[in-house]
Ligand binder design. Structure first.
Ligand code: OAD
Length: 253
């Protein structure tokens, strides 16, 4: 593995437009379960893909609201791990390192990464389910007076119990500006490091192929094989919290 890390460091040292794509695996070592990890405790009976949809919210707004509040509070308690911090060091070495993330936590920003593109939104942000004041209608729940046990708060604009988390649900469109920039960055990259994603969900899962087609070297950091493994030029088969600090060490003079 040491040689592969050295090989990756040599590639990064001469990279002009490296880009990173991350998934839930990069946050796992901070204590945030990956999207397809078994949910714990009272939520283990639910399938995330059954909860993360507009239909689920309309069917049972309190259940969906409570699930995201559980995850929001879980994310608020955790800190960036060695993998997040290593990406900040790699950005310093390379001068630029845009991070396209599928994660809805804000651990890349907390670690100090300066250019984070959230494809699936951010669990700290909320909006009106009906976007009653325009798409989106952002709502700061810290300004609302609501009963935590009474399901979604009332929208301050349309006065319906319609506040929801501002993340992308299954069947919803991704934020147009974010996905457009992600494709542009991927098509212009000379190196793409793909970290901690199962590569199952498009359009994020298309980005490594866009980069590859444009001539980029694709490096995958993941203990498991994924559909992206077949196009990776280098696979660092291990946890991001172990592999990325080794990469930083190999980059240091
Ligand atoms: P997944 O849970 O699908 O995949 C996590 C990946 O991280 C798996 O391939 C694991 O093998 C890997 N992994 C686990 N621990 C790791 C570690 N310590 N270091 C590196 N990799 C590790 O999560 P995502 O691929 O992010 O979208 O899921 C993509 C999207 O699927 C989510 O953003 C979500 C879901 O649909 C929406 O909700 C719109």
């Amino acid at each position: 593995m040491y040689n592969l890390v050295q090989e990756t460091a040599k590639i990064l040292k001469i990279a002009h437009s490296p880009v990173v794509l991350t998934g839930a695996g990069v946050s796992k070592e901070s204590g945030v379960p990956t999207f397809r990890d078994a949910l714990e405790g009272l939520w283990e009976q639910y399938d995330p893909q059954e909860l993360a949809t507009p239909e689920a919210y309309q069917r049972n707004p309190k259940l969906v609201w409570d699930w995201y509040e559980f995850r929001r509070k879980q994310v608020a308690r955790v800190k960036p791990n060695a993998g997040h911090l290593a990406l900040v060091d790699i950005e310093k070495h390379c001068g630029t390192l845009p991070i396209i993330t599928q994660n809805v936590d804000h651990l890349h920003e907390q670690a100090g990464s300066s250019d984070v593109i959230h494809l699936h939104g951010n669990i700290q942000n909320h909006k009106c389910f009906y976007n009653c004041e325009g798409n989106p209608t952002p709502i700061d729940i810290s300004t609302l007076d609501y009963d935590e046990n009474d399901g979604p708060p009332t929208c301050p604009y349309c006065h319906r119990k319609s506040v929801r988390v501002d993340v992308v649900w299954f069947g919803e469109m991704l934020p147009e500006a974010m996905i457009r920039r992600a494709y542009t960055l991927s098509g212009a990259a000379d190196v793409m490091i793909v970290i901690g994603t199962s590569g199952l969900v498009t359009p994020a899962a298309n980005l490594p192929r866009v980069a590859k087609k444009a001539g980029a070297i694709v490096i995958e950091v993941n203990p498991d094989h994924t559909p992206i493994s077949s196009i990776a030029d280098i696979r660092l088969a291990g946890a991001s919290g172990e592999m990325l600090p080794q990469l930083v060490a190999a980059l240091s003079p």
